[in-house]
Design a protein around this ligand. Sequence first.
Ligand SMILES: *Cc1c(COP(=O)(O)O)cnc(C)c1O
Length: 409
Amino acid sequence: MTEKFTGSFTQQEPIPDDGIEAAIAVMRHGRLHRYNTAAGEIAETARLEEEFAAWAGVPYALAVASGGYALGTALRAVGVKPGDKVLTNAFTLAPVPGAIAGVGAVPVYVGVTEGLVIDLTDLADKAGQARVLLLSHMRGHICDMDRLMRICDDAGITVIEDCAHTMGATWRGQKSGTWGAVGCFSTQTYKHMNSGEGGLLIARDPQIMARAIMLSGSYMLFERHRAAPPPEAFATVKYETPNISGRMDNLRAAILRPQLRDLDRQCARWNDLYRVVEEGLTGTGGLTVVRRPPDEGYVASSFQFLLLDWDEAKVRAVLSRCAARGVELKWFGAAEPVGFTSRYDSWRYAAHPPLPASDRILAGLIDMRLPLTFSDSDCAQIARIIRAEVSAVWQSEVGSDSPAPTMGD
Ligand SMILES: *Cc1c(COP(=O)(O)O)cnc(C)c1O
């Protein structure tokens, strides 16, 4: 009998009860807009920003409508103009090049390594081409941030971090999002905190944050913020910065505040799941488990492995055999974008010369989500199924639709 996994890879946990209660309180009083406060009241959104800044260890935070909006706002706030080139990862998701294109700028893609991080040699080679790097910590893999910052500082490059997959992660003990000039986070349902849609942006520089706050649609109400630079920082910024509304509302903030209090514990749970899958897949013939550097404090809400240099037909066989047993794997090597797995060569609005070394990695890159609704034993079962199917395909000829052999291990 072959075992089959019956869980859902897209089912997140419910909103915690205290989040539901806080949301109901906001709905009962009706003041959902962040600047709609009663006398003496501090809006949920302002409190969330204050708490997020404290959690990140930075002076300033801004809550916005989405992670993608945070990225676009960060690009504008550091001065990216239409026609500018912006360095970014070839291996990332569509909102990243989309944010660059959204401000009329042009992405220059930097390759990906077998460790699934930005290729720092390629970055150093391309450093002369742009003044800004939008660094995506894609799928939670963090590169050597010391070396990256050296390259960027030497070249006068401003770094914006896309932390959509690294909320709570660190490099050498320092939180992701605090290395560059701006850190951008998403609170969309599939990320580490869930408000349906939402984003957060952190910074240390008062001018950058003043611009971001004005951009987000603060009118002249910026003094109601609690994790914002002092009014002097807005003296000229308030006249020079367009309002591109993308605020967060009090309902979302109310849902997020209890989740933030619980975030570190949740991150530890994600990592427990990750380690179960990692252990279950280590030593599988033909399968490369991504090595995590000791300096990386990751927060894994998904799992990646490589079937490096495999024939396309064999990769497809693994995907379909795992799918038949309830294990939903995503492949970054498919020519056509499917689900969220689009690639740099499918973003035709920003056509780019091929990156053969990265194409090789993407051709073998398999990805799956690890929602917290999974248990350790779910993850052990998922790993057993993948291991069995990868081994079966690795050892046999492809093309036969014969059922999977009984599991050896
Ligand atoms: C989700 C995501 C974003 C953007 O977040 P949204 O809140 O969906 O706009 C940015 N970068 C990456 C890598 C993402 O996965």
